[in-house]
Design a protein around this ligand. Structure first.
Ligand SMILES: [Zn+2]
Length: 417
């Protein structure tokens, strides 16, 4: 039997977290730290609000807390025993001079999120999701996944002693399916568009049968992804880049990073947030198309793409908020083709030594477009978020022909190479 939402469950504020409550992005009403999945008054998105002076006073509680929990002052209040971690975060920020040269910009740093325990940035979300599920007394979590979220939440649920129900897109790679199936016996595959499956699971979440663990309106999920912004500033020695570019799928990472940079700017830790840039597949470019056309957000019918993580045709309220965030911050957007993603994926491996997945590599041809059009200036300092490892890619490799163990033949190959 599944568990039910506990009556009047809300997180108690603690000395180690500066969280004040939840705040609606549409009507600005405030709420206690309850398990809300949207504003009860207007249906808008709610996010955790913090006392930034208190957060500054608390500082970074490094040393005692592993993974993203060293940023605990700017995360939801969580009892020490519920701070679920697999050592996520502290991913490398790697200088990419050949990439900067090719783009014709001053510098590009690559944030290697594929180094996280399950191979993607989703682990930052899973840490706060599993923690919140425990805090609110759940024993089961559920999510709709395009491939990376499913394995991530399965791993973190296992760590937290929670049961994970994962509903994965059939287009997830064989490696991703294997990874998810290893993590949970409750793995199911769907063939419909992502948002239709997300709609189907909603009543189960509303009834309290499953804790909402996916890319969803649950404010506790994406909160962990905010730590990406904190790390970038830390790794750049206390400054923000001029431009930060992200793959845009359900917009959780994009919106979370924007909140993180805003919180740093609001307490004076950085001068200003970076200009955000959204990279989408041309098969599902709802936000980029609306940004270019100067019109309101509207869903699109997602086509097919090798970049499964950005195939979200209907982003709902998060699509509207991502568009609003871009407009208010002079943000940028670009939509890219599969052929360009693949070409850049190989180029990055051969010139910078980094093997990132297709969803991650969406940012590279996007940056190329933005640099060539002049939208990103030559003097720009850029951080590109590579959201996933390439080791989960599903594309079939072109196998070179087998060769004989003959030194003479090998010498001929080396001489010719
Ligand atoms: Zn509201």
């Amino acid at each position: 039997m599944g568990d039910r939402v506990l009556p009047a469950a809300s997180l108690a504020t603690t000395d180690s977290s500066a969280a004040l409550g939840l705040r609606c992005t549409d009507c600005a009403r405030g709420f206690a730290l309850e398990y809300l999945r949207g504003c009860p008054a207007c249906g808008g998105l709610v996010f955790v609000e913090y006392d930034l002076d208190k957060a500054a006073a608390l500082g970074v509680a490094d040393g005692g807390d592993a993974g993203i929990w060293r940023w605990g002052a700017l995360l939801p209040p969580t009892a020490p025993g519920n701070r679920i971690t697999l050592g996520e975060g502290k991913t490398p920020l790697v200088d990419a001079p050949r990439l900067a040269e090719r783009l014709g910009v001053r510098e590009v740093f690559l944030k290697l999120e594929g180094v996280n325990p399950s191979g993607s940035m989703k682990d930052r979300a899973s840490a706060t999701t599993a923690a919140a599920a425990r805090e609110f007394g759940f024993s089961r979590v559920g999510c709709v996944s395009s491939g990376n979220m499913g394995s991530s939440i399965a791993n973190y649920a296992a760590r937290a002693g929670l049961q994970a129900f994962v509903f994965s897109a059939a287009y997830a790679s064989t490696t991703q399916i294997t990874h998810m199936a290893a993590g949970t016996p409750e793995l199911y595959v769907y063939d419909c568009p992502y948002h239709e499956m997300a709609e189907a699971i909603r009543p189960l979440v509303a009834e309290g049968l499953l804790f909402d663990a996916g890319s969803s309106p649950n404010p506790y999920n994406s909160e962990g992804q905010k730590t990406l912004a904190f790390e970038i500033v830390e790794q750049l020695g206390g400054r923000a880049p001029d431009v930060a570019v992200y793959p845009l799928g359900a917009a959780d990472l994009f919106l979370a990073a924007a909140r993180g940079f805003e919180q740093l700017a609001a307490r004076g830790a950085i001068d200003a947030p970076p200009v955000p840039a959204a990279a989408q597949s041309s098969a599902s470019a709802s936000v980029v198309e609306a940004l270019r056309a100067g019109r309101d957000y509207r869903p699109v019918a997602a086509g097919a793409s090798i970049a499964g993580g950005v195939l979200v045709g209907d982003m709902g309220a998060k699509g509207r908020l991502a568009l609003q965030t871009l407009r208010e911050s002079g943000g940028l957007g670009a939509a890219v083709e599969d052929a360009d993603i693949l070409a850049w994926q190989t180029w990055l491996a051969r010139h910078e030594g980094i093997w990132a997945g297709p969803t991650a590599c969406v940012v590279l041809p996007a940056l190329e477009q933005l640099a060539h059009s002049g939208a990103v200036g030559r003097g720009a300092s850029i951080v590109a978020v590579l959201s996933e490892t390439g080791l989960k890619s599903g594309a079939d490799a072109e196998r070179p022909p087998s060769i004989e163990p003959s030194t003479q033949a090998l010498r001929a190959l080396v001489d010719a190479g």
